[in-house]
Design a protein around this ligand. Structure first.
Ligand code: AMP
Length: 194
């Protein structure tokens, strides 16, 4: 199994790149942000609980996200050769839970690949996306800054978690989408021993 964590701050391009990687390598694309937005749209109890956190640019509590991810994997991963995790894990507790979950299935994370993008570029990308995404958390500069702050405080330590396991890699996330995709696919092929 090829299990990749696509890592990086909000606006670094994880979602865009995850879509092409997933089809290129037959991986299940799991975006916890997309799953949470779906729950919210369907007005499930989980979605309603998540809403106030998302609106403020805060992380949804670990136990909510881990439970949701676990059942999604259970229901969807069968016909794939692995998983690409987009926007998960966002805390060290989530990374630890993911390791346990995969271990239980006799699998593990193959690598964590970070997309490296500087902060001002992130803010302008997210504001631009906010014009068409319909996402309130992309439309407000304060919420965007808060998401980036949360990333530095709570999510950045996840990189160290994978560095300690010697599974961390990073590529520049600036430039043409296709060029970044090409570099990313090369990394994934190397990880896959191709
Ligand atoms: P994203 O689409 O990945 O930018 O996520 C949008 C929002 O959903 C985030 O700002 C968080 O509020 C929430 N979210 C998504 N993934 C997670 C996660 N793994 N842990 C906690 N909150 C999350």
């Amino acid at each position: 199994m090829l299990n990749i964590v696509l890592f990086g701050p909000p606006g670094s391009g994880k979602g865009t790149q995850a879509v092409s990687l997933s089809s290129g390598f037959n991986l299940l694309h799991v975006s916890t942000g997309d799953l949470l937005r779906k729950e919210r749209k369907e007005e499930t109890p989980l979605g309603l609980e998540a809403e106030s956190f998302i609106k403020q640019g805060l992380l949804v509590p670990d136990e909510v996200v881990i439970g949701m991810l676990s059942s999604h994997l259970e229901e969807n991963s069968e016909e794939f050769d692995g998983v690409i995790f987009d926007g998960f894990p966002r805390t060290v507790a989530q990374a630890e839970a993911l390791d346990k979950l995969l271990e239980f299935k006799g699998s593990s994370i193959s690598a964590c690949i970070a997309l490296d993008v500087e902060e001002e570029e992130l803010v302008s990308r997210l504001l631009e996306r906010g014009k068409t995404s319909g996402r309130a958390d992309d439309a407000d500069t304060d919420v965007i800054r808060n998401r980036i702050k949360v990333y530095h405080e709570e999510t950045a330590p996840v990189a160290d978690f994978y560095k300690e396991q010697e599974k961390f890699r990073s590529i520049p996330g600036i430039g043409l989408v296709e060029d970044i995709g090409f570099a990313l696919a090369n990394e994934v092929r190397a990880i896959n021993g191709e």
